[in-house]
Design a protein around this ligand. Structure first.
Ligand SMILES: [Zn+2]
Length: 193
């Protein structure tokens, strides 16, 4: 039996879609486009692709109380003091994190719901806070539906992040090629990516 859990609200009649390739925040647009064309022969017109959303590291991550011109772009309403909005969102983030440790599924769900509603109301996508909320929902599903302890899940995630960092480090600084044969064929060939 498969269990399908949505990490966002689905309105009646709304189309439900899946990602054919890694999500926009995990793979740059050009690579997603290439994979989609090569494997599925279509050009994606989702919000992330048409608006060239960046990968995770490139997303805005702050919500300033008195934003400058550039930071205003993060908000749905782009003028005025954002003190109350920032307080509302930060309190919802804290509550959602805290709600995960509850034994009651409804408490966790409600806390996450408040966060998602606040973000959707005030913040424009893409923003790191949406990914953070998404991660919290995923953690909740792993804990509540699969029976893991929240501390176990956090430890597993930390381990995965460390592995990812190592992988990236290795990609950025590949170890020097060891070639026992010296001569005209032992030239170092740089990676082509
Ligand atoms: Zn797309």
């Amino acid at each position: 039996m498969n269990l399908l859990v949505a990490t966002t609200h689905i309105n009646p009649g709304e189309e439900v879609t899946i990602s054919y390739v890694p999500e926009f925040y995990n793979l740059p647009l050009e690579q997603r486009e290439l994979r989609l064309l090569r494997s599925y022969w279509f050009h994606c017109t989702c919000l992330a692709c048409t608006n060239s959303w960046g990968v995770r590291d490139q997303l805005p991550d702050i919500l300033a109380r008195i934003p400058n011109f550039e930071q205003e772009l993060c908000f749905v309403v782009r003028w005025g003091d954002k003190k109350d909005i920032c307080d509302e969102i930060n309190s919802a983030r804290w509550t959602a994190e805290f709600g995960l440790s509850s034994d009651c599924l409804e408490v966790s769900q409600e806390a996450l719901n408040i966060l998602c509603v606040a973000l959707n109301k005030h913040v424009r996508k893409p923003h790191l806070n949406f990914l953070e909320a998404d991660d919290l929902v995923k953690r909740m599903i792993i804990c509540k539906y699969l029976g893991y302890d929240i501390n176990e899940v956090t430890a597993m995630e930390k381990q995965r992040e460390l592995e990812k960092e190592k992988e990236l480090e290795l990609k950025m600084n590949p170890p020097a090629e060891i070639n026992p044969k010296k001569g005209k064929f032992s030239k170092f060939i740089p990676a082509t990516y």
